[in-house]
Design a protein around this ligand. Structure first.
Ligand code: HEM
Length: 512
């Protein structure tokens, strides 16, 4: 099995009409891109650390910005250069998705129908491509942009969650107790606001239904991550040996997860009224009732399944990632008191500390913007995003990337490349400020939400949430790491999003 990227050869056509680029495998001895040597069938799996981004970064250092390897028999390409990545992810041919095998409920007839209509059997936004993806993505982006369900703005509904989180944290402050699980508290707050947007209903953070929903979802995600690895790349193994490989358990978890999205969709279908569009689900149902084209992604039962899957996409794509960023910022600011002080001074300079921090303050807060960008870079909560798939053979810098190659963007390396950042292991917000330290300066090598045609659809919700949670927490409290709690340095937990290992914090009310 060749582990090299095949060089593209330019051949003159025999009739001499035009010069055509013909993609072919390199002849022996010809210039090859270095790649890690693997084994038949297993590919490079045995060389991979559980923290895949570490392996990819090591390879980027040894083999360069485009590395080809194999996960079992699946061909992958790891892109570690932001210029190359921005160029290719702008192209349709690099914007397919691999088969995530996320569909566990479809009947053989439904699978056949989906394959006939759209080329693959998958529902929702993140695993689909082509016409179905384009239509669902366009609709979802429009709904998020023109957000006007119910009477609250996006900012108002996030602020309800911020207020409840602060109220909850205040109890720890009064009792002088360390906060030991900021992550779960933040997950509840973030999941709640996403749920309000999609399904209208808000819960108190201690409501058993919300706790049950988020814990089931988190557990299912964790199990999927721990067990899905090999099954993802060698799916027939799971289907042939469901118990032995853990596929049976995985399926059970997947169905539980799905159930939590099916219930609210059913309830909405029963209570829907076109005069009263309450939330995203209602807006979507309205679209379902309008379409007449039987091939439409919104049509009939297929429309319903796509809706459930988009709800799941929001949860999977939005909850752990946004929460991880909030947790990282609290963690870093609790460790570095000088940055915390600078941050709090900036918050005071715009709000006078006699009102809450608002989204409209953001543009007058360059240090806050730099602090957030530096946390996005340093933490890289989504170290290799979501994989893309090439939909046809492609030439990249003179080398062949075959159809059906999985493309892994190596964000972690891009964000820690010494050639770009100089001292990447130092947390230093000023790298995103101008000389006078008055203006925020972007860096194109920071790609937190992906780039190109499939760029994250939740970026503004995530940015708004992170800003409102973190500014208002630090306006209210001084926060320090509890020295009696665990100390894991900057080590991370390997999960869906990178998050610091557990730490405890102590709070002090600043506004009393
Ligand atoms: C800090 C928070 C977040 C980060 C770092 C993040 C990052 C990303 C990245 C890197 C991608 C992959 C883009 C690609 O395929 O090239 C992505 C896609 C996606 N994200 Fe986010 N995301 C965040 C928050 C959210 C939120 C809040 C939502 C939901 C409201 C969301 C929904 C999605 C969806 C549905 C996709 C798939 C888009 C598609 O396939 O067309 N994300 N995100």
């Amino acid at each position: 099995m060749s582990l090299t990227l095949a060089k593209v050869h330019h051949h003159r056509h025999s009739n001499n009409q035009s010069e055509l680029a013909i993609l072919s495998e390199p002849k022996s001895g010809e210039a090859r891109l270095s790649s890690p040597r693997g084994l038949p069938l297993l590919g490079n799996i045995l060389q991979m650390d559980k923290a895949l981004h570490m392996t990819f970064s090591k390879w980027a250092k040894i083999y360069g910005p485009v590395v080809q390897a194999h996960l079992a028999t699946t061909r992958i390409a790891i892109i570690s250069d932001h210029v190359i990545l921005r160029k290719i992810f702008a192209q349709t041919e690099y914007s397919g998705r691999p088969d995530f095998h996320s569909d566990m409920t479809s009947t053989p007839a439904e699978i056949a129908e989906m394959k006939k209509l759209y080329g693959k059997s998958a529902y929702g936004l993140s695993p689909t491509e082509g016409k179905i993806w384009e239509e669902l993505r366009r609709f979802t982006l429009r709904q998020l942009r023109d957000f006007g369900f119910g009477k609250q703005s996006m900012e108002e509904l996030i602020m309800v969650e911020v207020a409840e989180l602060i109220e909850h944290l205040k109890r720890f402050e009064v009792g002088r107790k360390p906060v030991t699980d900021l992550k779960e508290m933040s997950i509840l707050a973030v999941a709640n606001s996403l749920r309000v947007i999609v399904a209208g209903k808000r819960y108190r953070h201690d409501d058993p239904e919300l706790l049950n929903f988020t814990r089931t979802a988190e557990k299912a995600l964790q199990d999927l991550l721990e067990n899905a690895g090999l099954l993802f790349f060698v799916p027939w193994l799971g289907k042939s040996f469901p118990r032995l490989t853990g596929y049976a358990k995985l399926k059970e978890r997947g169905l539980e997860f799905l159930d939590s999205f099916q219930k609210p969709v059913k309830e909405h279908l029963e209570t829907y009224s076109p005069e009263n569009i309450r939330d995203f689900i209602d807006a979507y149902i309205k679209e379902m009732k309008t379409v007449t084209d039987p091939d439409s992604p919104f049509y009939g039962k297929r429309g319903e399944k796509n809706l459930e899957a988009i709800f799941g996409d929001f949860y999977i794509g939005g909850t752990d990632t946004t929460t991880s960023m909030i947790v990282w910022m609290v963690f870093i600011l609790s460790k570095f008191s000088e940055y915390q002080e600078q941050f709090q001074n900036e918050i005071k300079s715009v709000t006078g500390n006699n009102r809450a921090c608002q989204l409209s303050d953001k543009s007058s807060m360059p240090f806050t913007e730099a602090l957030t960008a530096e946390t996005f870079r340093f933490a890289t909560v989504s170290p290799f995003g979501l994989q893309h798939r090439t939909t046809s053979d492609q030439e990249l810098n003179g080398f062949l990337i075959r159809k059906d190659t999985l493309i892994f963007p190596n964000y972690y390396f891009m964000h820690h490349d010494p050639a770009i950042w100089g001292d990447p292991e130092t947390f230093r917000p000023s790298r995103f400020l101008d000389k006078e330290r008055k203006t925020f300066v972007k860096n194109p090598a920071l790609i937190a939400f992906g780039t190109g045609r499939r760029v994250c659809i939740g970026e503004s919700f995530a940015r708004d949430s992170i800003f409102l949670f973190v500014t208002n927490l630090f306006q209210r409290f001084s926060i320090a790491i509890d020295k009696n709690g665990p100390d894991n340095g900057f080590a991370t937990e390997t999960g869906f999003a990178l998050v610091p290992k557990p730490f405890h914090i102590l709070l002090k009310d600043r506004l009393e």
